[in-house]
Design a protein around this ligand. Structure first.
Ligand code: AMP
Length: 283
């Protein structure tokens, strides 16, 4: 496994792959690996001859009051896990090289990025799309793998790749969960034991929403009421949003048709939890 820390090194490596005509799969991450990240690596490993993983805690996607400095960075164990998963290249660029002091360009997706997480974290998605564009430009993979866990992020990156003809197929991989349903996240470690016990409520709320839809409920307000009832019962939880949305535009659904996505974000003390479920609506 190659560990490449410079942009020059990565570009040199990439040029050498051109004549080999190999299919390159790419998994961009911020490190602090858990089985969710691992599942993306495994999916890439199954479909591609070469797997590249990047590890970069991207400052552009953190707001001024967010946890950039505290974000976990267990680099040695992350590298060991890449090795275990048969990754070919780990790219660990430096902040200085990716964003030199005169850096002044950004990539912004409009409608999709303005709602939900975008409304709560105004610069977040612009940071994500900017860094992902830079990484796609450098790695130029055939496929790039993203988790459904961050469904809005996946939709935005897919839109961006299409709008900018980036030439990479954007692939979504299923959310990996704890046994009690909590979606794995590098930030789950911030949960107190009290909050950890309550955290699965978000998934339970989404499951309840999904169940009533599959049972034939067509009223959006009734479905959302069912989801919120689950969470509102607990005074320590604040709902940021818990909505039935169109699975492509992410606009609030007007009626329940084809596939909808249930998007949820709650705050449990200082920790924000995100989750979602795609639901196929019975005809
Ligand atoms: P991050 O390191 O948080 O930027 O995440 C890197 C990638 O892992 C993103 O595509 C995430 O959506 C994905 N990911 C994070 N958590 C999970 C999970 N529980 N299941 C599947 N994918 C995940």
């Amino acid at each position: 496994m190659k560990i490449i820390r410079s942009i020059n090194g990565l570009q040199r490596w990439r040029r050498n792959q051109i004549s080999r005509q190999v299919v390159i799969g790419f998994v961009p991450t911020m490190g602090a690996f858990h089985p969710g990240h691992q599942s993306l690596m495994q999916r890439a490993r199954r479909s591609c001859q070469i797997v590249v993983v990047s590890i970069f805690v991207n400052p552009l996607q953190f707001g001024p009051t967010e946890d950039l400095d505290e974000y976990p960075r267990p680099l040695e164990s992350d590298i060991a896990l890449c090795r275990k998963e048969g990754v070919d290249v780990v790219f660990i660029p430096s902040r200085k090289e990716l964003y030199p002091s005169d850096f002044q360009t950004s990539v912004k997706v409009s409608h999709l990025a303005n709602r939900w997480e975008g409304a709560k974290r105004s610069t977040h998605f612009q940071g994500v799309t900017t860094v992902v564009t830079k990484l796609l430009n450098l790695v130029t993979p055939h496929q790039a793998y993203f988790g459904q866990k961050d469904y809005q992020q996946f939709c935005i990156i897919k839109q961006m790749a299409r709008d900018l003809n980036q030439g990479t197929r954007i692939v979504m991989c299923p959310t990996v969960r704890e046994a009690d349903g909590l979606a794995l996240s590098s930030r789950n470690g911030y949960l107190s034991s009290f909050a950890r016990r309550r955290a699965p409520l978000l998934y339970q709320a989404l499951r309840d929403g999904s169940r009533v839809i599959r049972d034939g409920e067509k009223s959006i307000s009734k479905i959302e009421k069912v989801m919120c009832a689950h969470v509102q019962n607990d005074s320590k939880i604040k709902i940021d949003y818990l909505n039935v949305c169109d699975s492509e535009t992410l606009l609030p659904s007007q009626d329940v048709r084809k596939t909808v996505v249930l998007l949820g974000a709650i705050r449990l003390g200082k920790v924000r939890l995100l989750d979602n479920l795609l639901v196929k609506v019975p005809a």
